[in-house]
Write a protein that binds this ligand. Sequence first.
Ligand SMILES: C[S@@+](CC[C@H](N)C(=O)[O-])C[C@H]1O[C@@H](n2cnc3c(N)ncnc32)[C@H](O)[C@@H]1O
Length: 205
Amino acid sequence: MRQKKVKYATHEVLASQGVLIDIKKINLTQPKTFLEIGSGKGHFITSLAKDHPKNTYIAMEININVCYRILEKKLALNLDNLIIILGDAENLLSYLDHRSIDGLYLNFSDPWPKKKHHKRRLTAPSFMERYVKVLKDQAFIQFRTDQIDLFDSSIEYMHQYIKIEDINYQLEPSNYMTEYEIKKRELGPIYQLVGKVEHHVKENI
Ligand SMILES: C[S@@+](CC[C@H](N)C(=O)[O-])C[C@H]1O[C@@H](n2cnc3c(N)ncnc32)[C@H](O)[C@@H]1O
């Protein structure tokens, strides 16, 4: 979806406030780190970071205009434990060490309805391969959407990579919701899938 252009959202402004613009490895120092890919305007990840100051959170967003909105929230809430990456999930392995992340959130990822675009979905196999590499053993992936076709296809993609532990076709509201979730709840059900990485099982196949 096209996002409104934000006047101050330039690479220079974002970089001067600590947003990662260049592709380089992140040095993680806290024991627990959680990642959200496609964070949009950042309501979800900044709320988590505010409530859990001992954890590190990483927001990865490809669009500079919405990335700027995450930065605004980070600065307003004074969040030292939130790292913002302006970047593409395709390059995830260049930012993160293998087995360094405790949990991954995918919230309302673009549905890419046309079959020829399915490979761009953030739950597609080529992305799942990258996620499993950066996630620790027993780390979780939580995926939420209002798009039933994307949801059902994602169950198929994801079960090849993680152990799916919970599938919910009528998710109740919670304390941590994205901008999209708040809007889409007015229109219909929200679906959620939670699964766990099992490196030992994959390695034995
Ligand atoms: C439909 S929006 C949802 C935003 C937010 N998660 C929410 O629920 O409000 C999807 C977001 O994913 C971002 N995105 C799409 N592909 C991406 C990629 N390859 N890497 C990083 N972000 C991506 C888009 O720029 C957009 O902000």
